[in-house]
Design a protein around this ligand. Structure first.
Ligand code: ARG
Length: 573
């Protein structure tokens, strides 16, 4: 917000369009250099003069121009200082509004978000966890800007692994064990299959036969398949409920079984299919990519064929304008190929596809591999996080009511935030103890800061709703704000809070929830500095009121940002 205002102030003095000024303005790394800085290099080029000389001249003109802004030249930069008394109330009022940070800029645009998408009868992997959390945050962020978001869980409920599972189940399966711990048990079967198949090739042969039976509608195969799908889904749903994630649709890969013939026909009609070693492929030399396999030599379709059918369905039947795929970076080539084939088929729809990739995550240095059975089970990680959170909370606040529910919000929140604070492409080595530190760059730190702000409001007798309605009706007392929120700590906090809408838009532009996470850490740090430097609840009613309004602004923005990321905000911790 401040940069926008700075741009307005500068427009009178510069022969440059307002938008260009706004885009050039920066926030100086150090607040002593001002609240905003304008680099004069671009102007120097057009005016053919030294940037420092331009900065000097502008500084004098802007300071003389009034507007409660002082300007100083520093090298090639024009540094702007807002007069805090004048600007603090202007910054605070909009922050208190209930729709602060929201917009309607995406109205009328439908976004289909492919997220989570675990594979049936295999454990929920860390990659699926990241996809779930990043996808959920992005869905919230797009919704906050008015987009019509449709989330889809594209579960892997079809493929040769079912043949393996059925063969293993037929040989060594035990219904009782499977019912008691479905995913663990089917994983055991899966692992054993791979071990024994090394000695005995007939296993692979039988597995292929099972899958063939499944694809051809054999009743027994179908019954087993449904059985595996339903017990896996039950287990996944428990995880989703704990993470607070819901899907608009769960449409597995099998949903597209009867939709792939049409894709193959379209490709044929467009003369895109060519034969290669008995298989049918689309050549992608022009794009510099290896050919995309569409039909195997035995005539069966594969993963890319399915994704082509999926994309066309999302575009044509679901009305998607923008198709996002929140899937690990190791599938980069797959999506490049699929999008390239789509653009050959239909320029427009391919232009609307994006692979929102992310890096690997390890848990305390351990990697996951489904095949070898070295897996970390997600529910165990969640349980551990919650019990550790419970222990910390019991120590900090032994009398807390609803301590268990708070521990759930904090423990799960620690995991979600611990992931989302990293740029998604980075590899993350996740440490639970690290993610749970209340005094670190963590979710619990932000939640705790929000709870601190809510506690102040409670002690001071101001509710968030009241602060909002005062802002709506213009009843925020400007005089006392001018007086009591003009200190450096309050100002630094306010300034940053006011830039929340920009942070959300930037997160959306980059498809990067980390922008919001880092914003929240910064907001928490700034408010805590204010909290430690100044008494908030004092004997002076006006002073208390002004400071509580800042606490309300912090509480509201932190709660809003946490909810975008998928975390709850307990009002007491
Ligand atoms: N089930 C796949 C896997 O675990 C991810 C699916 C991603 N979505 C897609 N439309 N291909 O690798």
């Amino acid at each position: 917000m401040l940069l926008q205002w700075a741009a307005v102030q500068l427009t009178d003095h510069l022969a440059m369009p307002h938008e260009e000024i706004a885009s050039l303005l920066e926030i100086p790394p150090n607040p002593e250099l001002g609240d905003a800085a304008f680099p004069c290099f671009t102007l120097a080029r057009t005016l053919k003069r030294a940037p420092a000389a331009i900065a000097e001249e502008l500084a004098a003109a802007v300071t003389a121009g009034g507007g409660a802004i002082r300007a100083e030249a520093k090298g090639a930069y024009l540094n702007l200082f807002f007069q805090r008394e004048t600007w603090a109330p202007k910054l605070l009022s909009p922050v208190l509004l209930p729709d602060f940070g929201y917009s309607q800029q995406g109205a009328g645009t439908r976004v289909i978000m492919d997220m989570s998408s675990p594979n049936i009868a295999k454990p929920f992997g860390v990659g699926h966890l990241r996809s779930t959390m990043i996808g959920n945050a992005l869905a919230n962020i797009y919704r906050s800007q008015g987009y019509d978001v449709v989330t889809v869980n594209h579960i892997g409920d079809w493929g040769t692994q079912f043949g393996k599972l059925m063969e293993a189940y037929a040989r060594w399966g035990d219904e009782e064990k499977l019912k008691a711990a479905p995913i663990r048990e089917s994983l055991q079967l899966y692992v054993r299959f791979h071990e024994e198949a090394e000695q005995d090739p007939s296993l692979e042969e039988n597995a292929r036969r099972w899958f063939w039976k499944l694809e051809n509608g054999d009743a027994e195969a179908k019954r087993l398949w449904q059985y595996f799908v339903s017990f896996s889904m039950e287990e996944f749903d428990r995880v989703y409920a704990r993470l607070g994630v819901e899907f608009d649709y769960t449409l597995g890969e099998s949903f597209y079984n009867d939709k792939m013939g049409a894709v193959v026909d379209l490709l044929k009609a467009d003369r895109l299919l060519v034969e290669s070693d008995g298989a049918q492929v689309v050549r992608l030399e022009e794009e510099g990519l290896p050919p995309c396999l569409i039909l195997k030599s035995d005539g069966t379709t594969i993963y890319p064929t399915r994704d082509l059918a999926t994309a066309l369905y999302r575009r044509n039947e679901m009305g998607g304008d923008l198709l996002l795929y929140v899937v690990g970076g190791e599938q980069r080539l797959h999506f490049q190929q699929v999008f390239a084939v789509l653009s050959r088929m239909d320029e427009e729809s391919a232009a609307q596809c994006r692979h929102v990739a992310f890096g690997l995550m390890k848990f305390e240095g351990r990697k996951m591999s489904t095949r070898r059975g070295q897996v970390i089970f997600l529910d165990e990680v969640l349980d551990e996080a919650v019990s550790k959170a419970a222990a910390i909370i019991a120590e900090k606040n032994p009398d807390l009511e609803s301590a268990q529910d708070t521990a759930e919000a904090v423990g799960i929140g620690a995991i979600v935030f611990g992931d989302l604070k990293h740029n998604r492409m980075l590899e993350v080595d996740f440490s639970l103890d690290e993610a749970l530190r209340f005094e670190g760059e963590t979710g619990p730190y932000v939640q705790y800061t929000a709870a601190r702000a809510f506690k102040l409001l409670e002690r001071g007798g101001l509710s968030l709703a009241e602060a909002e309605s005062r802002s709506l009706s213009g009843a925020v007392d400007t005089a006392s704000l001018q007086h009591y929120l003009a200190g450096a700590a309050a100002w630094e906090s306010l300034k940053q809070l006011a830039s929340y809408p920009e942070a959300v838009l930037e997160a959306l532009r980059q498809n990067e929830p980390a922008v919001v996470a880092r914003f929240l850490l910064d907001a928490s740090k700034r408010f805590n500095r204010f909290y430690h430097q100044e008494r908030i609840i004092t004997d002076n009613k006006e002073e208390t009121d002004a400071k509580l309004l800042l606490a309300a602004a912090v509480a509201g923005v932190l709660r809003s940002g946490l909810s975008l990321l998928g975390l709850r905000t307990p009002t007491q911790i």
